[in-house]
Design a protein around this ligand. Sequence first.
Ligand code: ADP
Ligand code: ASP
Ligand code: MG
Length: 411
Amino acid sequence: MPLVVHKYGGSSVADVEKIRNVAKRVVQTKLDGNDVIVVVSAMGKTTNNLIALANEITAAPPEREMDMLLATGEQVTIALLAMAIHAMGHRAVSMTGPQVGILTDGSHSRARVTHVRDDRVREELAEGNVVIVAGFQGTTIDGEITTLGRGGSDTTAVAIAVALNADVCDIFTDVDGVYTADPRVVKNARRLDVITYEEMLELASLGAKVLHSRSVELAWKYRIPLRVRSTFTEDEGTLVVHESMIEDMERVVVSGVTADKNQAKVSLRDVPDKPGIAAQVFRAISDAGINIDMIIQNVGHDGNTDLSFTVPRDDLRKTLAIGRDICDKIGATKIEPAENIAKVSAVGIGMKSHSGIAARMFETFAHAGINIHMISTSEIKISCVIDLEHADRAVQLLHDQFQLGEVAAAS
Ligand code: ADP
Ligand code: ASP
Ligand code: MG
């Protein structure tokens, strides 16, 4: 019997009616002759509300307790969905991440899945149950509850699909697929029928929250067919596939544009320009588990230089605390945060064989009077850090520049 994994995000299970709608879809999939595993998120804005509660208690909640708190959100949904399926006269059993055996490392709030046990889930499927799994959560081998980072239920779904060797993993959400840009920002964004794992991974890592980036990484590694679809229609959605499955690849240069508004920039002023300094700075920050993204070091003057880098905005406070310490140690004069920035990126596999995309991006910003603070490029993407206030306009301008709203995006 084919095995399918469905994942339903927060807005798809936001209230009782929506949970009933999900129950119907799941039961129909089972009646169509499939074994079904369902991964669900917390209802609606539950996770945000729990974070707000914690912040009312303290500005710096211990990460372990934060995970204990946030993991409760998904548990509500699994139980309610199981009840809804029972009420329709069908069999379902809900399971938490630890009950399934979703094992992770110990990095609270950003844990990585290391192993998924398949025995309990297989037993339940064999009994004829739909298995409903709480997304976003796991356990260390010592039994500590962890969470996988915001949006992490997508990764739970793919990790389970990998462990159980599922035939397909469907990510049901509040849009009907992956678009050339966030359809809430760019009105003429176009739905893509297919996108490569490589492009989807870049878009997800660069702020397109429609998929958690780690889920794409896993699906790519294990070649799991991944589909992004609407919870509310029967549309086939967008299929994320291997590059070799897309014909006419060379016609598309830029596939999508995205903005990451959750970054912050940190600058260290008058850093001594000598060997070993960058190593000292970035070792200390990386040891604190903080991911640095872009780095710029200016040309030295009078034996000193300035060093700027970006970090996730949630890690800014921690970065500044570590940075102040380092400044004292290495003799830098000061550390300056810039919170109101955004990273805007254009992504496309066709960039591998086309030049001039960066120039067009910079010209677009130049004409619009948008100042670029930092730039980084890879084979298939170009990113610019700009002021946060221009982020949405910049995405729309690039979308227009690369003609992504038009059917055959030739650019
Ligand atoms: P869920 O709660 O189902 O996990 P998310 O809010 O995490 O849903 O992701 C879906 C949202 O992603 C959409 O509502 C949309 O605004 C946003 N989004 C950002 N970039 C894109 C894109 N390129 N294509 C589709 N949706 C996008
Ligand atoms: N509930 C979690 C969040 O809001 C995980 C998820 O929805 O994927 O980030
Ligand atoms: Mg999501």
